[in-house]
Write a protein that binds this ligand. Structure first.
Ligand code: NAD
Length: 259
């Protein structure tokens, strides 16, 4: 893994700030989570794989504003890179208090018969595998301190299934099962694990959909609009915060009432 970070890029003081890692934090929902946690006083690791320019720009913006952020490259689908990501956070900011498993990919909508096995594997490896890899790497640090919160990003399709989205739906359903199982496993160690299931959110992940389709999806939601990255970040922050101290193993829909 190429680690192009150095401590001289860090902005405001890192002392007494809890640390949060947001995977896929350079764009969309991840970037909104980064901004929210930084604003709330966290030192934030912005993980990116390909979105280097966006991650570095966000890092600069936050450090310039006296907040504290560090962009770190890692492909979370590779166990060794997930481990190096967590280790970089520990080195720069100390043991993470929060991990947000947000990194994810989708496929263009297609029938299962048109979905290649290697495409299915890739979606599972990034979405479910990346979540597993990062949880596995971060937990020893959280268990040692008997404290921590993990928030995983699933999807409405992981709950209800999306037609022509079998690989994506399966990967997001796996994240829900992982969340529930892990919450039981690490609850006695003082760690909470929850999940948000966004509906249709206005990000580049939906950029392949035309305006008419997006308008139809907005109309189909009881709240009659698409979600924003900030809608999701608010729910993620809530689940990670002390306000959710007795909540674990849950799936919170952020979907305007469903589709
Ligand atoms: P996005 O494409 O902007 O964000 C995904 C991020 O993950 C990107 O920054 C991408 O570079 C990063 N990423 C992808 N593979 C990676 C890897 N192997 N290692 C590290 N980073 C990787 O789109 P988004 O809508 O902000 O998606 C964020 C999350 O929200 C995803 O998990 C997505 O499945 C989920 N989600 C999105 C919607 C929606 O409608 N946009 C709905 C439900 C769930």
């Amino acid at each position: 893994m190429q680690d192009n970070t150095d401590n001289t890029r860090l902005g405001g003081t890192t002392l007494h700030r809890p640390a949060a890692i947001i995977t896929g934090g350079g764009t969309g929902i991840g970037a909104a989570c980064v901004r929210r946690f930084a604003r709330e006083g966290y030192s934030v690791v912005i993980n990116y794989r390909r979105s280097k320019a966006a991650a570095l720009a966000l890092e600069r913006e936050l450090n310039k504003a006296g907040q504290c952020a560090l962009a770190v490259k890692a492909d979370v689908s590779v166990p060794e890179q997930a481990e190096a990501l967590i280790a970089r956070c520990v080195e720069a900011f100390g043991a993470p208090e929060v991990l947000v498993n947000n990194a994810g990919i989708s496929l263009p909508q297609k029938l299962i018969t048109e979905t290649e096995p290697r495409e299915f594997d890739r979606v599972m490896r990034v979405n479910a595998g990346g979540t597993y890899n990062c949880c596995r790497a971060v937990l020893p640090h959280m268990i040692r301190r008997h404290s921590g919160a993990i928030v995983n990003i699933s999807s409405i399709w992981g709950v209800s299934g999306g037609s022509c989205e079998t690989a994506y739906s399966a990967s997001k359903g796996a994240i829900i099962a992982l969340t529930k199982a892990l919450a039981k496993e690490v609850g006695p160690s003082g760690i909470r694990v929850n999940c948000v299931a966004p509906g249709v959110i206005d990000t580049r992940m939906n950029s392949a959909l035309d305006a008419e389709t997006l308008a139809g999806l907005a109309d189909a939601a009881p709240l009659c609009r698409l979600g924003t990255p900030e809608d999701v970040a608010d729910a993620v922050y809530y689940l990670a915060s002390a306000n959710a101290a007795f909540i674990t193993g849950q799936v919170l829909g952020v979907d305007g009432g469903g589709i």
